[in-house]
Design a protein around this ligand. Structure first.
Ligand code: GAL
Length: 678
């Protein structure tokens, strides 16, 4: 339980909650009788659990009626955990308000965009702007912090749970009034709002901020500036909630404070690049999706994105993932043998200093009674339990990587929540495009070649990189465009893909040929978008074909790299390259097939001499962490064939040493301590 100091966000020094890597999960003792708690703690010891998230949904049991607290059972659980040396990540239980509160104050319940107030009975169904809810939430947070704030076992605070996962946007009148205040702060005057949102369209001009409504379910499309600002406002309100709880905790406890993000390749609920600056330890929940054929690739993308949210040299924490099937998907997929370790260690390889699960013991009842757990319904005579125990032991042997940075990447890939919101909402040339798909396809092409990519917020500094990939960065204000342009002028290479640089931060089109913000740098511009119809396909001269999206590109200094072979754009460039300053800028104007993206990525790897961590087939991922004892090379073999890598050393997971080369069996993971770099 002893902690170590590690540099964390914003240069603050934060005590990491555990010695070595953190391992454990959500622990919900309120679902079990006290005898079971004792068995839990014993089994946690057997598995090597060193931290649990406690009390995350226990509000109704900690405060069974208004301002009446029941601490006894909680004191006992905390005592048991502390006695076993298990660190506590103490959650404020505000994700799941008690029934009495919702009964007394139905006005705190979330209202959807069609103005239907949601019923109680689940969780996170509250309005983030409700002062009534905020009052109760801060009161229970303060009561907990008052009681346990200086308890030595409380090593971390966990504010609420997945804020925004269920209450990302509320459209009630309280939210509407708060939105108008937020607008007043941001724009100072209603005429500034009118200008920013171009409200002359449909004559929607406002004469006073009081006339402005949230983008509720109007019968047709709403103003793009309005819905983008409502998304920003909603993220801000949830962050305010986090900050409110954090403040009352900080007044009573010195332990670091976090909340669990939901960073996957597809989720853009709130603006995490903004949120990350406000948490002491950046933490994530990651669940693979059964419909995603690239589950390992999605995991790598998400973990690379987490690293981009810290300062890249700091660790982050995997707060939740699963040992097997979740229960919220249509057909919930169990994990294959070895997949628990592959998943957990892929996060650790990419900078996580711990791997925790939802949840410790499988529930018998309640909404998630069929969700997998560290300790399954069938108990300890199970493969899952054995794999959990093996993982716990493996993480102990990997303690040397705790606090170490991931060896630096030379490629940055920019993601932007605001661009995702603007890209996917409203009337668009093609309403079936996915923002996440475009980022993922480029990331995966590097993943296939064992080349590390930092997935960065769109305004992060680029000085450490050779290549920046800019997938569908829809919003590009002047400062953002200038930074990327300067990066290229100074010798960098940029790959900008379609629907980047289209609007400014007010969601207003940048005129003069798309992609307006990058036109000069790209030496090419687009006269007209040509989204393809559902059965349409255009052949390209690189042996591939494109679906969904093409453009009429005009060359203005750039050279064509790939061109259209047929269709209305026959002979026109689909991909271009332009020398700009000391560097080069590529424009990818079509939604290329993954094979086509792979060819471009392979060319970039060769031309820019981007180092591969190892030479291995696709499906084998490799990342290095740079420890004080030397580099630790993680190789995760997702394929069904053994592979041999040309690196020898001590495999920290198996304890075996191989002098020059290491065999990574099918489905397994090695973590080879390579020794000091010369
Ligand atoms: C997470 C959530 C957990 C649990 C888990 C499994 O999103 O934070 O409380 O519900 O999913 O479904």
């Amino acid at each position: 339980m002893e902690a170590t100091a590690r540099e964390q966000v914003a240069g603050r020094s934060v005590e990491w909650p555990t010695r070595g890597l953190s391992f454990g999960g959500d622990y919900n003792p309120e679902q079990w009788a006290p005898e079971v708690w004792r068995e839990d703690v014993r089994l946690m010891g057997e598995a090597g659990v060193n931290m649990v998230t406690l009390g995350v949904f226990a509000w109704g049991l900690l405060e069974p009626s208004d301002e009446e607290y029941a601490w006894g059972w909680f004191d006992e659980v905390i005592g048991l955990l502390a006695g076993a040396g298990i660190a506590i990540d103490l959650a404020t239980p505000t994700a799941a308000p008690p029934s009495w509160l919702l009964h007394q104050h139905p006005e705190v319940l979330l209202v959807d965009e069609h103005l239907v107030r949601r019923a109680p009975g689940s969780r996170l169904g509250w309005c983030p702007s409700s002062p009534v809810f905020r009052g109760y939430a801060l009161r229970i947070a303060a009561a907990l912090a008052e009681r346990y704030g200086d308890h030595p076992a409380v090593r971390l605070w966990h504010v609420s749970n997945e804020l925004g996962g269920g209450n990302a946007r509320c459209y009630c009148d309280v939210s509407a009034a708060r939105f108008r205040e937020w607008l007043a702060d941001r724009y100072s005057d209603v005429e500034v709002v009118n200008a920013a949102w171009k409200t002359a369209f449909w004559g929607h001009r406002f004469s006073s901020l009081d006339e402005i409504q949230p983008p509720r379910g109007a019968q047709h499309a709403v103003n793009p500036g309005l819905f983008l600002d409502y998304a920003r406002f909603s993220s801000h309100e949830l962050l305010e909630h986090y900050l409110g709880e954090a403040e009352v905790i900080r007044a009573r406890s010195a332990a670091p404070i976090t909340t669990n993000f939901m960073v996957g390749s597809g989720s853009h609920v709130v603006d995490y690049s903004d949120w990350a600056r406000h948490v002491d330890i950046v933490a994530n929940d990651h669940y693979t999706l059964v419909d995603d054929p690239g589950r390992a690739e999605d995991l790598a993308f998400s973990a690379d994105r987490m690293r981009g949210l810290v300062d890249r040299d700091s660790p982050w924490l995997l707060m939740e993932h699963s040992t097997g099937a979740p229960s919220w998907q249509q057909r919930n997929r169990a994990k294959d043998p070895g997949e628990i370790a592959r998943n957990s260690l892929a996060h650790v390889a990419r900078g996580a200093d711990g791997a925790l699960f939802f949840q410790w013991r499988a529930s018998l009842g309640g909404a998630e009674q069929f969700h997998s757990a560290m300790l399954p319904h069938a108990g300890t005579e199970t493969r899952v339990w054995q794999e959990v125990v093996a993982l716990g032991r493996g993480l102990e042997r990997l303690a040397v990587v705790a606090g170490s940075p991931v060896a630096p990447a030379r490629i940055a890939l920019l993601v932007d929540e605001e661009s995702a919101w603007a890209f996917e909402q409203g009337l668009k040339p093609h309403r079936g495009l996915s923002y996440a798909r475009e980022s993922r396809v480029w990331h995966t092409a590097f993943w296939n070649r064992q080349v590390l990519v930092d997935v960065l917020p769109a305004d992060a500094p680029l000085t450490d990189y050779s290549l920046v990939v800019v997938p569908s960065l829809f919003i590009s204000g002047d400062a953002r465009a200038e930074r990327i342009t300067r990066f290229v002028a100074d010798g960098g290479t940029a790959v900008v893909t379609y629907l980047s640089g289209i609007v400014d931060p007010t969601n207003t089109v940048i005129p003069g040929g798309y992609p307006g913000a990058f036109r000069g740098m790209l030496g090419a511009w687009t006269e007209e978008f040509r989204p393809l119809q559902i059965d349409e396909e255009v052949r390209l001269d690189d042996d591939s074909s494109v679906r969904d999206w093409t453009e009429d590109v005009v060359l203005d200094g750039a050279e064509p790299v790939v061109s259209h072979l047929d269709g209305a754009t026959q002979g026109r460039a689909a991909v271009t390259r332009h020398d700009y300053g000391e560097g080069g800028a590529w424009y990818v104007s079509a939604a290329l097939a993954s094979s086509s993206v792979q060819r471009i990525v392979d060319r970039l790897i060769a031309e820019l001499a981007l180092p591969r961590e190892v030479e291995a087939p696709p499906g084998v991922e490799a990342v290095r962490r740079r420890t004080i004892d030397g580099d630790v090379l993680f190789v995760i073999n997702h394929t069904s064939d053994d592979v041999t890598i040309a690196t020898g050393g001590l495999d920290l997971i198996s304890g075996e040493t191989s002098p020059d080369a290491t065999v990574v069996p099918a489905g397994r993971v090695v973590a080879v301590l390579e020794g000091m770099r010369p």
